[in-house]
Design a protein around this ligand. Structure first.
Ligand SMILES: [Zn+2]
Ligand SMILES: [Zn+2]
Ligand SMILES: [Zn+2]
Ligand SMILES: [Zn+2]
Length: 800
């Protein structure tokens, strides 16, 4: 997903392998990124581009005029099955293939408005009705959507507008001519019915509470940081020769305190895991749902009512505003390159978007400025091994300027402030010397392909972020000779992203059919670049926690951080998810460093024991098993014979598979069968897994969900408490995982009317979750609703 698709990757690696040794050496030993770029770029042949073009064509990114009808039919099927969410998504796919101002487009919008109406999304429904009307909704069908509009307005309490709509409808449609799809009697009856509703509501003297606007405004940062934008005054930016740049606490920080709140400099929605559909008669159009169908491609807001780009079928937005902004900033260049960008991967896409958003002029200025400053060795040189040199650059800069007020920290502006700007992004380390030569070649060729596309496209439209008011500006004459600068900048960004890309995640709530208790899972939504967050160093057991709202990341202290302590963030390999060997290997290969965090140091000492959540236990005495290839019971007096690790591992794999089957049954609502299977798994697990093994927790969690769906709250709570213990051992008592688990337990107690237990669990869940997320987090909001509901209960209902 981040890197190009496998076919293109292996094509280029083969090309690399077949290069004469001398050329390989030239590229491997090239001193600067521009040398790497120029050498690699000169090797790109027309047949390579042809191959790439063929690959790109397998993505259906254009508009297909036959698709809207197909998707509308598919949507109607789901609508009849009352699966309104699925129907809405299919209508959206229909919309994205329709041309503006066509009946196709208006019908897809109108049908989607019906699905949204049934989902209770009245505001969005109204928007779709307007969209249907502006794109030429047929006159004969008007009464249908006007009735729906009136219904929405009534539901929203906007009674005056509702009456007006009803009035319009009566004047224009009731006498003659007869509207085709709504027989006159039905229309009359519906109108009458609606008018009654309006009257009823008008008689209620109470005004309707305006729907609680969910502001994205979070608690503010504690004081503005003068040196570091997007950060609180509780932290400060430091630099040292060994560590590079890092953040420390300037005062004692309490758990839950907001430390950084930063909007992504650039982000690209991840297209999802789905491979492109193969050419063939069976899969003409794709009905699969990906993140690309559910989230705005610009602001990442979740929506069922996307608005598509006029030029392609893949870019979709939450609103006309997002569409317009995306178009002006980058999409007018990206639009015709959809298939190519999907083939080249997210890193390439971000690299391109960075240069588009910043604008060619500014990219050129920064590249030139930094390359000139360091005389013949440009900024694109390896730099991470020697942080001292990084420091010197800065000093040189200030000396040359003849003043000492300048800053020694790379990425800062003339006033010494580090912020969310291209200078800071450009200064993130690309670790050029650590990447394998064939990888650099691959990235350079991809950047070169993009450059050629841009050159070709520049004869029609030129992408600049700055003067983008006219949709088609002319080519600036100096663009062509300077295209190398563009390529070098993109190459630098692609190399930087391996260490600096930040996954933007969201929590998706899922639940088995019929269950009120929801489960949550973290999904990766997009990849972004955050220059301030990139300053944080890694720990496998960090003291902060990151969460996202739209494209804004917030970093909170997840524990007390003393004055002077470093603020640490986890790059992915967390001690609760991987053992020390796996973490170290991952950090070395992706981030090029050896982790010496306290977790790594202590774990390395007792490596043989391994974490408890992965441990096997003795079948007869339940003591932990010890050893490497051959395991024996840790209890010396136990007579149990030895077992091979491989046997236990394969038993665990079988169990995992069984649990997977049970989880599928659970999702399909086959509750009794799921319980039966899970109970069997539980017995099996207890015979060879440690009581706090992750698998034991997973099974208990499944049982808890099934029991909840069956209405047996007590049993459900017992199972969930078991799962809770496993989560606590693995992730720690105040981890976000623990918060999600407590949230589930609170839901179970709440639904089972166990008021004291529910209240105390709600309190605990709130405490843990607020360490990681802001007050507008869905789960925290839900907990507060549950609490006020319980506190309002009449005492007679309370079972104690
Ligand atoms: Zn948006
Ligand atoms: Zn487009
Ligand atoms: Zn570590
Ligand atoms: Zn034993």
């Amino acid at each position: 997903m981040d890197l190009p698709v496998d076919e293109w990757k292996s094509y280029l690696l083969q090309k690399w392998a077949s290069l004469p040794k001398s050329i390989q050496v030239t590229i491997s030993t090239a001193e600067t990124l521009s040398d790497i770029f120029l050498h690699s770029s000169s090797l790109l042949q027309p047949e390579d581009e042809l191959f790439l073009r063929r690959l790109s064509k397998s993505y259906l990114v254009g508009k297909d005029s036959d698709a809207p009808f197909f998707y509308r039919e598919q949507g109607n099927k789901k609508f009849q099955e009352k699966d309104y969410t699925a129907a809405a998504v299919l209508y959206s796919k229909g919309v994205s293939h329709s041309r503006p101002n066509t009946e196709d487009m208006s019908l897809c919008y109108a049908n989607r408005s019906a699905a949204l109406f049934h989902l209770g999304q009245y505001e969005t429904c109204l928007k779709d009705i307007t969209r249907a009307q502006t794109h030429g909704y047929p006159e004969r069908l008007q009464p249908k959507i006007m009735l729906r509009k009136a219904e929405c307005l009534v539901a929203l309490g906007r009674l005056q507008e509702a009456s007006q709509t009803i009035g319009d409808l009566e004047r224009n449609f009731t006498p003659t001519p007869t509207p085709a799809d709504v027989p006159p009697q039905t229309l009359q009856r519906n109108l009458h019915h609606l008018k009654m509703k309006v009257q009823e509501k008008e008689n209620l003297t109470e005004t309707f509470p305006a729907t609680l606007a969910k502001t994205l405004e979070d608690v503010a940062l504690r004081g503005e940081n003068e040196q570091l934008s997007s950060a609180s005054s509780s932290v400060s930016l430091c630099i040292d020769p060994l560590k590079g740049r890092y953040l420390v606490a300037t005062k004692d920080i309490l758990p839950g305190e907001l430390l950084v709140k930063e909007d992504a400099f650039v982000s690209v929605l991840n297209p999802g895991e789905l491979p492109p559909p193969h050419h063939g008669l069976d899969s003409q159009w794709d009905t699969r749902v990906t993140n690309g169908d559910l989230y705005c491609h610009r602001c990442l807001k979740h929506t069922l009512a996307t608005v598509p780009c006029d030029g392609c079928s893949y870019a979709k937005y939450c609103s006309q505003e997002c569409l317009q902004q995306a178009w002006e900033l980058y999409h007018r260049t990206e639009c015709p390159l959809g298939g190519l960008l999907l083939t080249l991967g997210v890193f390439c896409h971000i690299a391109l978007r960075l240069t588009l958003v910043v604008g060619f002029e500014d990219v050129r200025k920064i590249v030139k400025k930094l390359c000139v400053k360091i005389s013949n060795k440009d900024i694109c040189l390896p730099e991470s091994n020697n942080q001292v040199r990084t420091l010197n650059w800065g000093r040189g800069e200030t000396e040359k300027n003849g003043s000492r007020v300048g800053t020694p920290i790379p990425g800062c502006d003339a006033n010494g402030k580090y912020g969310r700007n291209y200078n800071a992004v450009f200064n993130l380390l690309p670790h050029t010397e650590n990447h394998r030569p064939e990888h650099k070649f691959l990235c350079a060729v991809c950047a070169s392909v993009l450059c050629r596309q841009l050159e070709a496209a520049s004869s029609q439209a030129i992408p600049t972020g700055v003067n983008s008011s006219q949709l088609t500006a002319a080519v600036t004459p100096e663009l062509c000779p300077d295209v190398t600068i563009w390529g070098v900048a993109m190459l630098r960004h692609m190399l930087q992203l391996q260490c600096n890309a930040q996954a933007i995640t969201t929590i998706q709530h899922t639940g088995c059919k019929g269950s009120i208790v929801t489960d949550s899972r973290q999904v990766r939504l997009a990849t972004g670049i955050f220059p301030v967050i990139s300053l944080l160093n890694h720990s496998c057991s960090p003291n902060t926690s990151v969460s996202f709202t739209s494209t804004v990341a917030t970093i909170r202290a997840s524990q007390r951080i003393g004055k002077g302590q470093e603020i640490l963030h986890c790059y992915g390999p967390h001690k609760s998810r991987m053992g020390v060997t796996e973490r170290q290997q991952k950090l070395r290969s992706q981030y090029f460093f050896d982790c010496t965090c306290p977790a790594c140091q202590t774990e390395a000492h007792r490596m043989t024991a391994g974490p408890r959540w992965k441990a096997f236990c003795c079948n007869s005495c339940r003591a932990p098993m010890q050893g490497d290839g051959v395991l024996r019971c840790g209890n010396r007096s136990c007579a149990e014979s030895v077992v091979s690790r491989d046997d236990l591992v394969s038993r665990l794999q079988d169990l995992q598979q069984q649990v997977g089957v049970a989880q599928k049954l659970l999702r399909d609502g086959e509750l009794e069968r799921a319980v039966q299977l899970l109970s069997g798994c539980q017995r099996d697990a207890e015979s060879f897994l440690w009581a706090e093994h992750a698998m034991v927790g997973e099974i208990a969690d499944g049982l808890a969900q099934a029991c909840a769906a069956l209405g047996d709250w007590q049993k459900s709570a017992t199972h969930l408490q078991k799962s809770l213990r496993v989560v606590e051992v693995r992730h720690g008592p105040s981890s976000v995982e623990m918060g999600h688990e407590l949230f589930k337990l609170a839901q179970i107690f709440f639904n089972g009317f166990a008021v004291p237990e529910a209240l105390s669990t709600i309190q605990k869940a709130e405490e843990v979750l607020s360490l990681h997320c802001g007050p507008w987090d869905d789960e925290i909001q839900e907990l507060q609703k549950m609490k006020s509901c319980l506190l309002d209960l009449p005492p007679t209902l309370v079972r104690s």
